[in-house]
Design a binder for this molecule. Structure first.
Ligand SMILES: Nc1ncnc2c1ncn2[C@@H]1O[C@H](COP(=O)(O)OP(=O)(O)OP(=O)(O)O)[C@@H](O)[C@H]1O
Length: 235
């Protein structure tokens, strides 16, 4: 079943498109890796999928609806979450709890079940023992893990991650990839992840989508950043 689809999407920040006629489908429960060289518009593609950017032309659907009207619970871990500076006031557990707010609604009454989900999420990323630490005092890789825990605590149906292992050591990265595979298998979570570390992921991904810069003469004289999907058909 198709969860998210892009059809003939064109988008740019200036006069020239950085995405040109991009079409792809993402299926329910898939763990998809998005890869490609720097500047090949991976982040831009994620933002279009999430409805954070509007295409110049073409369509983006989530759950067969326009992405902006979709009621899906989507967790998003953007790039550079490590930028919480040393003055960031929240503790780790406060930040992860805030991931549940959308589910809890206006009054934000935490039940013991929700507390258990917060604890589970923190344990899964190996950060439970840091729960009372100030977020701003942690390393980049630790902040990244907390942001992943925050997204998981919101119990999303779709998890979108933009280079989530930045700053993590090899062991943490391996643990994280296994965790994502577990969420896809056991919870049926759909995971869309931009990564430069495809070779490390072994066979954990269901599918890879590669974005590449167009190098045709026509495009070279217009822009070097335009891209298209070169692979990524569903199995
Ligand atoms: N806010 C912006 N304003 C103008 N140009 C932008 C903006 N964001 C991205 N770009 C440009 O769009 C192109 C695609 O950028 P994008 O960040 O989507 O690529 P990426 O594949 O995610 O890159 P990286 O691997 O370096 O993170 C690049 O040429 C970039 O300079």
């Amino acid at each position: 079943m198709i969860l998210s689809s892009m059809r003939d999407v064109v988008f740019g920040y200036g006069k020239e498109p950085v995405i040109d006629q991009l079409s792809l489908d993402i299926h329910v429960g898939e763990f998809v890796g998005i890869t490609g060289p720097n500047g090949s518009a991976k982040t831009t593609m994620l933002k279009l999928l999430l409805g954070l950017l509007q295409p110049w032309s073409g369509t983006v659907h989530m759950n067969a609806q326009s992405v902006r009207g979709s009621k899906l619970n989507i967790g998003y871990v953007p790039q550079q979450v490590a930028s919480f500076n040393s003055g960031f006031p929240s503790t780790v557990i406060e930040l992860v709890r805030s991931g549940c707010y959308r589910k809890l609604g206006l009054f934000r009454r935490f039940t013991s079940e929700q507390e258990a989900i917060v604890e589970r999420s923190l344990r899964e990323v190996g950060m439970w023992e840091y729960r009372n630490a100030r977020v701003g005092e942690l390393s980049g890789g630790q902040k990244q893990r907390i942001c992943i825990a925050r997204a998981l605590a919101g119990q999303p149906q779709v998890l979108v991650l933009d280079e989530p292992t930045t700053g993590m050591d090899r062991r943490s990265r391996e643990g994280f990839y296994d965790l994502m595979r577990h969420y896809a298998d056991v919870h049926g979570l759909t995971i869309i992840m931009v990564t430069h570390g495809l070779e490390e992921m072994g066979n954990r991904l269901d599918r890879t989508i590669t974005l590449e810069r167009q190098e045709s003469e026509e495009w070279q004289c217009l822009s070097t950043n335009s891209c298209s999907v070169l692979s990524g058909q569903a199995d």
